[in-house]
Design a protein around this ligand. Structure first.
Ligand code: CDP
Length: 796
């Protein structure tokens, strides 16, 4: 009889183990950047531009220098003496660290003061006098590309206009032919408004340069410590081995903490100049007006259709507003992220995407906010276009999607833009969702309610997200190939430590990586400690964003564990005095094939690795695996929402929401559910209440939590989650696919589609997000579409 350990009892794969990191978080014992206090530490504050576009005539910092307690005032001029006034971005552009010639967005960094405490530094910022000459302002792609538009990036050679890139992918001629052959062409124009990842903890850094050792240690809020170390080495021209980046506990990242920000660079230079630790902690307004925005993109979409509902081709054109600097963190090859993952779940024969990126006088934007590089926008556009197409055909929403899905027997499937999807059960997920929402019954209720003047609606959204960049063949950031790594050290007593190059920001890696080790080695998860975020100790990795941790770093953990198991097998053979070929494995234990009662545990093998290894064997039980995934992982989900819209006020209430997520094997079902609920909450926020817009002068409206709304438990509807569809990833060592972002990616279209469905028959085809009640009311009352971000009421 098997003597294997019980996988669920030891917290292995499939165990809903409580998050170990919560022990410290719920006790208030987390260790965030702002909790760290170093001896002799100084504090830095940033002076930001009040204007969106202006030439800097002069900066007079003399009064700031005179304030007692001020140690240093940094301006662009001083930064320039160190070649640090500008820095490279992760998208091969340049970004001003501190403005020298012009300011290009409201909130841009103009000067920094370093002082004995943050209050002195803040007061001193206010004593700096900057003489600005205002310039005309550009706040959207139409203005950016208008005849005679002012050139925002006149600092750059060969930049005669405000266009950053014109990029295309797909088959233009084939798509043209498909449209010529179509019975019907469905068209839709959409805007995905600018939003902000808005982690509760803002950005910050503490730079500590030690002249005696020449070592620079930086504690900072980064999702990608090794990438930052490489960037600091390049920007500050310091040797990489003399830089240690430590990313302590992070209070949420969502993509906001991937880019390199001027505050990081200034605190580093200040510490080098002053030879003292320098701390910079951004305030909420600074975070909201100057750090990585997301979305802000316009779509012109067309689907070529056969009368029976078959999609013949898709055409998309996007216009992305990147703000003043193109600083997206995304794979170099793809200018508009993975927008071309659109329609990957549908059997679309041919497609063509053109994308244009432009500068504007807004903060640098386009970060992947809880998504794999623009996949949120791609899926939103896709599912809004699908709804419009079904309406144009007069076809049932569910039937239209089902007939166009990639079928289970079509995998591996080449998408119209060239990705290779490898697995999924799309129709089954839809069926589970329709059953859960009681689809037919709801349609009857809807018709009946309509006859009494009540507006009920049902929205379907599906999503498949390419998660786990790379493979290194196709994915790199600044030329650094995308892969990941993990290191496992099994101690003498059979306890272990795992380190990866990923960096958890609330996702629970400390819990789930230990579960992978438990699954592979049979060591109880509670005997495994996980450490991430210190470049001096963690193996190289690309960091955590784009839900890539489980697909890449998690896979590396499994592969490292398998190397450990291979060595443990040799130790077991030695202990059991049989040849290695005669040794069998069951969870937690090796045994002799012909005598299953004779066995040794993995813990006994660990002791032997240090105390009783065979002659000639290298002692110890440690290993590292670098994992370069053969493909992305492709989770799939169906989200269905029912709503009731009040025609008198435009207020809409969610009646029911069903989520069917297939992310392959779930390591920790409870954590997965938490990820889905969080994502759906963000999706609800984006569709119902969130936007950051700008007035005609480029003033950012949405610089605080009175204007930029985060949903609380009070507003957030309940969600019904379904986990019965499981399609293991064929190439991931444990069959897992990413999940962290899926619900935030696929959710928004479900809410919007539900409201639009409620309005069907009113002649309203589209309301752009957010679906604020006044916008919905206006659409119903005047029977017209509402396009673009909400207008800003002028100050008069
Ligand atoms: O990269 P990020 O951690 O944001 O996303 P992820 O890899 O999708 O993982 C989010 C959390 O869900 C991690 O704790 C994962 O280990 C866990 N997860 C899981 O338990 N099962 C999966 N199939 C996928 C993720």
């Amino acid at each position: 009889m098997s003597q294997a350990v019980d996988e669920i009892k030891i917290g292995g794969l499939g165990a809903s183990r409580k998050r170990v990191e919560d022990n410290r978080f719920i006790r208030g014992k987390g260790n965030y950047t702002d909790d760290i206090v170093l001896p002799g530490m100084l504090h830095m504050e940033i002076l930001r531009s009040p204007l969106a576009h202006a030439r800097i005539k002069s900066i007079d910092a003399s009064k700031a220098w005179d304030i007692p307690g001020v140690r240093l005032v940094l301006t662009g001029e001083i930064m320039a003496t160190r070649n640090l006034a500008w820095m490279p971005t992760l998208s091969y552009d340049t970004q001003a660290v501190l403005a020298t010639d012009k300011v290009r967005f409201q909130g841009q960094e103009v000067a920094c003061v370093i002082a004995d405490d943050p209050y002195i530094a803040k007061d001193a910022c206010e004593a700096i006098v900057v003489d600005y000459e205002p310039l005309p302002v550009i706040i959207n792609p139409t203005q950016a590309t208008a005849e005679g538009a002012p050139i925002i990036r006149d600092d750059k050679e060969n930049q005669p206009d405000n266009v950053i890139y014109d990029w295309e992918v797909g088959d233009a001629a084939g798509t043209e032919r498909a449209f010529e052959a179509a019975d019907l062409v469905s068209k839709l124009e959409l805007h995905y408004p600018r939003s902000h990842p808005s982690p509760i903890e803002c950005c910050g850094s503490i730079a500590d340069f030690n002249r005696a050792t020449s070592k620079l240690t930086v504690y900072m809020t980064t999702q990608a410590p090794h990438i930052i170390r490489a960037a600091v080495a390049m920007v500050a021209e310091l040797p990489e081995h003399m830089i240690r980046i430590i990313s302590p506990d992070i209070g949420g990242g969502f993509g906001n903490k991937v880019p390199v920000y001027p505050g990081y660079v200034c605190s580093i230079l200040a510490s080098i100049l002053l030879e003292r630790p320098v701390k910079w902690i951004e305030d909420k307004t600074g975070n909201l007006i100057s750090t990585g925005f997301a979305r802000d993109i316009y779509l012109k979409g067309e689907i070529a259709l056969r009368r029976d509902g078959k999609i013949l081709g898709v055409r998309m054109h996007t216009d992305a507003d990147h703000g003043a600097f193109f600083s997206d963190a995304q794979p170099s090859k793809f200018k508009i992220g993975l927008m071309h993952s659109a329609f990957a779940a549908y059997d679309v024969p041919v497609a063509h995407l053109t994308a244009r990126g432009t500068y504007s006088n807004k903060a640098p934007g386009g970060v992947a906010y809880r998504c794999s590089f623009r996949v949120t926008e791609a899926m939103f556009f896709q599912e809004r276009m699908m709804q419009a197409a079904a309406d144009d055909l007069g076809m049932d929403q569910a039937a239209f999607r089902r007939m166009n899905f990639v079928r289970d027997d079509q995998f591996p499937h080449r998408t119209p833009f060239g990705f290779l999807t490898d697995s999924g059960q799309y129709a089954k997920c839809l069926d589970v969702g329709l059953k859960a929402i009681d689809y037919e019954n709801f349609r009857q209720q809807q018709a009946e309610a309509r006859s009494r003047g009540r507006l009920l609606g049902l929205g379907i959204s599906t999503m498949t997200e390419p998660l786990g960049a790379g493979n290194s063949r196709e994915y790199d950031i600044l030329g650094i190939k995308m892969f990941d790594s993990a290191e496992i050290k099994v101690h003498l007593t059979g306890k272990a430590i795992v380190r990866t190059g990923a960096r958890t920001q609330g996702q629970g890696h400390e819990t789930t990586w230990a579960q992978i080790v438990a699954h592979e080695l049979g060591i109880p998860a509670e005997d495994v400690v996980v450490e991430e975020g210190d470049t001096d100790t963690a193996p190289f990795g690309m960091g955590t964003y784009a839900s890539r941790s489980t697909p890449v770093a998690g896979a590396a953990v499994a592969m490292a564990a398998r190397k450990i198991r291979a060595k443990a097998r040799k130790l077991a053979a030695h202990l059991l005095e049989v040849s290695e070929e005669d040794v069998e494995w069951e969870l937690g234990r090796f045994y002799v094939r012909s005598a299953p009662d004779r066995g040794v545990t993995i813990q006994e093998c660990a002791v032997a690795a240090y105390a009783n290894m065979p002659d000639g064997m290298e002692p110890g039980l440690e290993n590292t695996a670098f994992y370069d995934p053969p493909n992305l992982t492709w989770p799939f989900a169906v989200y269905i929402v029912t709503v009731e819209v009040d025609p008198a006020t435009g207020v809409w209430d969610v009646l029911n929401m069903v989520a069917v997520d297939d992310c392959g094997i779930r390591i920790n079902p409870m954590i997965v559910e938490g990820q889905i609920m969080g994502g759906l909450t963000e999706a609800y926020a984006m569709s119902s209440m969130q936007f950051i817009t700008f007035d005609a002068d480029g003033n950012c409206v949405g610089s605080n939590y009175m204007d930029y709304l985060l949903p609380t438990a009070w507003e957030t509807p309940g969600f019904e989650l379904h986990s019965e569809v499981v399609t293991p990833c064929p190439h991931h060592p444990i069959g897992a696919k990413g999940i962290g972002e899926c619900a935030a990616v696929g959710g928004p279209a479900a809410f919007v589609n539900a409201v639009m469905d409620a309005l069907s028959g009113t002649g309203v085809r589209n309301i752009d997000m957010p679906l604020l009640p006044d916008r919905v009311w206006e659409a119903i009352t005047y029977r017209r579409d509402i396009s673009g971000a909400p207008p800003v009421r002028s100050d008069e």
